[in-house]
Design a binder for this molecule. Sequence first.
Ligand code: C5P
Length: 230
Amino acid sequence: MANIGIVIPAAGQGKRMGAGYNKQFLTLMGRPILAHTVGLFEESNAVSEIVIVGAEGDLSVIEELVHSQRFNKIVAICKGGVFRQDSVRAGVRALSTTIQRIVVHDGARPLLTLQAFHKFIDETQEYPAAIMGVAVKDTIKKIDIAGNVLETLPRELLRAVQTPQIFDRGILEDAHDRAASAGYYGTDDASLLEWMGHPVQMVEGMQENIKVTTPEDLWLAERILATRET
Ligand code: C5P
């Protein structure tokens, strides 16, 4: 299988969780969220290197976590930036030059399964850039800052975007470099390619692959994991 490098941005503040510290260290079934996320890639025979990007104050905790979990594909634990995009850019730079295919996956998405990850890799092999997304259940409207509704977007063409996102290394680096020079910021990596006019392929994601952002998400994630273990 492929010689894939993983970048895990985990340098967010976790303010929406209200825990007072990085949400990725909260535990799910007795194991830190970040350990669940990294553990999946450790187990995958498609993955040869993993880089974790953490906030400056969290780096020693992440080192300890890597040590205690006996992860051995971690090639670097690097310092993140102010925005997610800065964190991913730092992580990409830390991968060996032999890695030519990169997957970016949020540290806060611990519920991805090995089966879904491998399906994603297979389905996206031929695309220089591809992402996972799921159909949206709600009607989504665009508003202005005063709250006036501007339009209703056609739901069948909308996807809620997740990670993993997979890229040929050259394209991902180019997109990050150009966006940094132009001061352009996006909330995911694919948006930088879209901004450059580069095609991005969407494939079906998994509803359970939630980003654990609020206390309600943590509650839900516990229940999802509990059902998997029974
Ligand atoms: O902020 P958001 O919820 O989009 O974060 C998605 C992922 O990016 C999280 O795992 C978070 O820790 C990470 N992140 C980061 N550096 C930042 C902001 C977010 O690594 N400056």
